[in-house]
Write a protein that binds this ligand. Sequence first.
Ligand SMILES: C[S@@+](CC[C@H](N)C(=O)[O-])C[C@H]1O[C@@H](n2cnc3c(N)ncnc32)[C@H](O)[C@@H]1O
Length: 255
Amino acid sequence: MADLADAIARLAPWFHNLHLPGGVETAPDHFLGDFPRFKWREIAPHLPADLAGARVLDIGCNAGFYSFALAARGADVLGIDVDEHYLAQARWAKAYLGADRVAFRRASIWEVDRLGRFDLVLFMGVLYHLRHPLLALDLLASTAPGLLVFQTLTHGGEGVAADAGADQGFTSRHRLEDPGWPRMAFIETTFAGDPTNWWIPNHAAVAAMLRSAGFTVEARPAHEVYICRCGKPAADPDLEAAHRAAVRLEARTDS
Ligand SMILES: C[S@@+](CC[C@H](N)C(=O)[O-])C[C@H]1O[C@@H](n2cnc3c(N)ncnc32)[C@H](O)[C@@H]1O
């Protein structure tokens, strides 16, 4: 037990409160509560109980909470993340739990088109960390995931302006100030002390961006969580060039 506590302390800080056998938790004092277990409880009933044979991709897997939960349903899961700190936690937990169906790899959303095709993709808590969020959704849609579980930090209410998708006249710019108009707050420096936060959309913008990238929202099992089917990806002749540029810029932002 002392060895286990040492290992958890050595790998801290934890963003995922993993529940380990014997009642040990990795982040029992998490500022969000029992995170992300309380969120998983809301999402889990909306996903197939039997995922045997399914290929799952967990983008921004962090310490692997969702990867382990989906592997427990029989899926073969690939968890990717850009942060070695979290990957070390995920790999340690995989070994500790004996979670053979899960693999973890250092990779970015910008490499998603090189990872193969997946029946289920989790893209949770990552969008607002990206300088080029819509491009990420377009790229993800181009890989035609079967089902997408999407989550992002948002601001504002749940309203969507009735005319949000319609053309507006040049002199109707006041419509953009409607609380239900799709909008994203741009974070130039830091938000919550974190310089990797770039954009915080409202619900109307999330819905519009998902639609624009070719996704159809099928369910909203929890606040800020969207379960989507992938339809026809947006036809974007610039996607490839924009993708290459984003990869270059991302590398510069990381360094
Ligand atoms: C707020 S946490 C969300 C973790 C987990 N998906 C969840 O919902 O609990 C954001 C995670 O995304 C990872 N991340 C940030 N930028 C990324 C990128 N470009 N590609 C993949 N993962 C990224 C971070 O390292 C971090 O583990």
